[in-house]
Every structure is written in structure tokens, then in C-alpha cells.
Design a protein around this ligand. Structure first.
Ligand code: BG6
Length: 501
């Protein structure tokens, strides 16, 4: 046992045991173990703590600890000497077949033993880093073994995305999970909420008198939310084939960016008040009819092409994708929020795989100044723009007009650029660090409540429904380009263009 009594901010974290289903899988290896390591390194884990890894691929604890050590070395943002020493003492392992009822009895025994030995007070977190088809089954088996109810201590369950694959399946899944766990014990992950700059959106908006008074349809011309990726679907073709960009990115990550950008100020900073405001935004989104979808949504699928001088294959050639697949890997859309604040302001969304660059940003373009004074002399000026840079660079960028140095009296756009990760290169925690720490401390503000998920599905389903029977010809963009030409036209028709991040 490692003794680390109090975490950095002085809050005493309850002792607990974290059980990871899918501990030999990709998510655990790439994200969860490095995040745990960084929490350990920063003294952000409880004094009495253990991780029980459950998986099929490894045979025993020593192999498992080796794999944790490798994952930290390969994926952690920082590795200090001794990373594979004391830290590994947290980890226990059990070979585990999710389908096998006996396995849960074994888990129960191991949990009880570990709990007794460490004095973790019956506080258990169950982290489901497994395929979504397995979520409900695991929850029901935990309930059957009476592991889901706490006689002493607490229980929390962490569920990875996707939470359902459409509105109906999400509702069914939720019904099965909430028969066993209460809403406040359920932590539905959207890892974008753990990203530094996404947590910063509300602060930029509501802790500055500079922006909030202008944050409405009187002063804002349009908003662009863009999450682009240079990677293709990699080894996840089988999952992606049934998902596509709408289910994989829009229903969750882009919806979160949109709600945080557009929500009203919450009455206070409690989880409930913030989530209440986010839900109102989703409910105010104008639903898509087939005609609207044709006019305001562009979908695409990448064909072969090249990125950074490297040839890459088309989506239909990816492992797990069908050779005549109609799954979209790109989406650009113009959305409308029908409320007093935003009426008339287009929200342009764009996301896609195999684009030239991986980047995420929110761009607020302000309205042009009145057409007098400088306008008469110089014609239209470039708009003021505020860019919230989410990744890879983190920060905020404000563009405004000023006089060019010299005699010519020219007006040029200048910028104030705050680059957070240039200033604090070491301090940018990975999303999963923050999220795991929040689960341990029982703070669910950065997780999605059921009605957020449900309303997001209800909205995005209007897109997928509108597409039914209206096929487009795929592939329609080459890997390494910015998507189908129609995505440019979508903005050009409005006299705008995508902000290049
Ligand atoms: C995941 C999607 O939720 O987010 C992936 O399933 C996507 O398809 C990923 O690549 C993007 O996350 P990030 O943090 O790399 O921007």
C-alpha cells in the first residue's frame, strides 16, 4: 500500500478501489493507465487505493503490471524515474470473461479481500472500458452478485461512449443501467469535457466583462465549431462502420462544444445548474427535415489520398469497413438555435477524418462594424474574431483591426494570442486525468447527464433520418483534403469561409 494522504488541493479523497473492465484493451493502455500514473505522480490519488484490472488477454498479475509499465512509458505525457516501481503496486489482475457468471463471483471475492486488506471502506468504482454491447450485461451481473449496492461505502459506474447507437437503443441501455444504479452514481464519459480548453469555455464567457455582453445575435455574426482529424479510422473500422461521423463525433463531442458555447449563464456553478442550461440549448436546436438536411448538411467519405506526403487508403479499404460502405467520415452543417439569444446566428459545425490537419477550435466571428468612417475609405474591414483553440494548441486568440505601422494609413488585422500550452508545456493534463480524478472525488460536472444524452440523440437522429433514402455518391473527398467541395460552398453561399486553424 502506498501512503499518500491528501491530494494537492487539500481535499481528502475517499479511499477506493477502481475496477477496470477491459483492462487489457486499447483504451486502458493508451489513456487510463497513463492518466492514473500522472495522477499518482501529482499526488492526486487517494491514500488507500487499488486498481483491479479485468481482461482476457493476459494470464497473471505480473504480466499485467508489465503491460501497465509499458503503457506508461509509451503514452504518458511525462515519465519520471521509477515509473514502473511503486506505482505498479496499485495494480491487481484477474483473468475475466464478461459472459461468464462465475467470473463475477471471483471478482466479488477479490474485491472483498482487497477492500479488507487496504481498508477502502467498500468504495468501488466500476469502469466499463469495453464494447458498448457489453455495458448492460456487466451492470446486470454486478447487480446479481450484489456488487452494485453499497451496504457501506459508495458505488460509481463509469460508462464510455458510445452510449447507445440511436435514441431507442440509448433509452433501452439507460433503462437497464438505471434499474441498478442511480443517476448520481453513473458517470457517462465524454472525454472532450476533460480537455483543458473546454473547461475554460465557461470561464472565458462568464468571468470576463469583455465577452459576455457581446455574446448574442446582436453582435455575433456566426460561430464555427470545427474538430478535424488527420487520422483515419485505424483499427476501429468495424465499430465506425456502424457509427459514422454523426454518431461518433457530433452526437457527443461537438454537441458539448456547442452547448458550452451557446448556453445561458447557469444560476450557480453546481453540476445540476450547468447541465440544465446545456440541455436547454440542445432542445432549442432546429430539427432537420429532409429538405433542410439537403440544404444545410454536407456529408462525405474519404477516398485514397495522401497526408504529409504519405499515401493513405480510402475508407472503404480500411479493415472492418465495407467495400461499398455508405458511412460518412465527414460532416459539415449549418445549425440554428431557435432562442432569443441566438435567433438568426448560424452555427457551422465541421468534423471529419483524414483531413489535412488535426485541430479543434471554436471560432466566434463578430458582426462587421457600422458601414461608416473607415468603411467609406477602405471598404469592408475584416471582422473581429475570437478563437478558442482546443487542440493541438490550447489558448485564445483575438483578432481585431488596427493601423499598420507607417505612413500609409492602412488598416490591418492584428491579434492577441494567448497560447496556454506554450507557457505551461508541462501542465496540460490529459482529459482522462481530470475525469478519473473527478470520478474518484465524486464530482460529476464533467460527465453527461441522461437528458443531455437523450436530447442529443433526439436531435442527431433528425439528421440520420433525413438522410434515409437520399444517398450521395461516396467516396467524395480524397484523404488529405478539407472534405467535399460542397462544405466550402455551404459557407461561401453566406459570404463566409471556414476559419483555417
Ligand atoms: C473519439 C472518437 O470519441 O474521439 C474517435 O470515437 C475520435 O473517432 C476521437 O478520433 C477524437 O478524440 P481526440 O481527443 O483525439 O480529439
Amino acid at each position: 500500500m502506498i501512503d499518500m494522504p491528501i491530494h494537492e488541493e487539500g481535499t481528502k479523497l475517499d479511499p477506493c478501489i477502481l475496477v477496470i473492465f477491459g483492462a487489457t484493451g486499447d483504451l486502458a493502455r493508451r489513456k487510463l493507465f497513463p492518466a492514473l500514473y500522472n495522477l499518482y505522480r501529482q499526488q492526486q490519488l487517494p491514500g488507500r487505493f487499488a486498481v483491479i484490472g479485468l481482461g482476457r488477454k493476459l494470464s497473471d498479475e505480473s504480466e499485467f503490471r508489465d503491460s501497465v509499465c509499458h503503457s506508461v512509458k509509451e503514452f504518458s505525457r511525462k515519465v519520471e524515474d521509477g515509473a514502473c516501481g511503486e506505482f505498479l503496486e496499485y495494480f491487481k489482475y484477474q483473468r475475466f470473461e464478461i459472459e461468464d457468471p462465475e467470473a463475477y463471483a471471483g471478482l466479488k471475492q477479490l474485491l472483498e479481500e482487497t477492500d479488507r486488506a487496504l481498508g477502502t471502506g467498500g468504495n468501488f468504482i466500476f469502469y466499463l472500458a469495453v464494447a458498448p454491447e457489453q455495458f448492460a450485461q456487466i451492470v446486470e451481473r454486478l447487480s446479481h452478485e450484489r456488487l452494485a449496492e453499497a451496504e457501506i461505502g459508495w458505488r460509481r459506474i463509469v460508462i464510455e461512449k458510445p452510449f447507445g447507437k440511436d435514441l431507442e437503443s440509448a433509452r433501452q441501455l439507460n433503462r437497464r443501467i438505471t434499474r441498478v444504479f442511480n443517476e448520481d452514481e453513473i458517470y457517462r464519459i465524454d472525454h472532450y469535457l476533460g480537455k483543458e480548453m473546454i473547461q475554460n469555455i465557461m470561464i472565458i464567457r462568464f468571468a470576463n466583462s469583455l465577452f459576455e455582453p457581446l455574446w448574442n445575435n446582436k453582435y455575433i455574426d456566426n460561430v464555427q465549431i470545427s474538430v478535424t482529424e488527420a487520422d483515419g479510422v485505424g483499427a476501429r473500422g468495424r465499430y465506425y462502420e456502424g457509427a459514422g461521423a454523426v454518431r461518433d463525433m457530433v452526437q457527443n463531442h461537438l454537441m458539448q462544444l456547442l452547448t458550452l458555447t451557446a448556453m445561458e449563464a447557469p444560476v450557480d456553478l453546481t453540476t445540476r445548474s450547468i447541465r440544465d442550461e446545456k440541455v436547454k440549448v440542445i432542445r432549442s436546436l432546429r430539427r432537420f427535415s429532409p429538405d433542410m438536411a439537403r440544404e444545410f448538411i454536407v456529408r462525405g467519405q474519404y477516398g485514397p489520398g495522401s497526408i504529409d506526403g504519405r499515401r493513405v487508403k480510402g475508407y472503404r479499404e480500411e479493415e472492418g469497413a465495407s467495400s461499398d460502405s455508405m458511412t460518412e467520415t465527414f460532416l459539415a452543417a449549418k445549425l440554428f438555435i431557435d432562442n432569443f439569444r441566438w435567433s438568426g446566428v448560424p452555427f457551422y459545425l465541421r468534423t471529419g477524418k483524414r483531413l489535412p490537419r488535426s485541430a479543434a477550435s471554436i471560432v466566434i466571428e463578430f458582426k462587421a462594424p457600422a458601414g461608416v468612417l473607415y468603411f467609406e475609405k477602405y471598404g469592408e474591414l475584416l471582422p473581429n474574431v475570437l478563437v478558442i483553440k482546443i487542440q493541438p494548441e490550447e489558448g485564445v486568440y483575438l483578432q481585431f483591426n488596427a493601423k499598420e505601422l507607417g505612413m500609409r494609413d492602412r488598416i490591418i488585422p492584428v491579434k492577441m494570442d494567448y497560447c496556454q500550452n506554450c507557457i505551461y508545456p508541462e501542465n496540460s493534463p490529459e482529459a482522462y486525468e481530470r475525469l478519473i480524478r473527478d470520478v474518484i472525488s465524486g464530482d460529476s460536472a464533467l460527465f453527461t447527464r441522461w437528458d443531455e444524452v437523450e436530447n442529443a440523440w433526439a436531435f442527431t437522429e433528425t439528421i440520420t433520418d433525413a438522410w434515409k433514402g437520399h444517398e450521395v455518391s461516396f467516396p467524395n473527398y480524397a484523404a488529405g483534403t478539407w472534405g467535399p467541395k460542397e462544405a466550402e460552398d455551404l459557407l461561401r453561399r453566406d459570404g463566409k469561409e471556414w476559419w483555417s486553424s
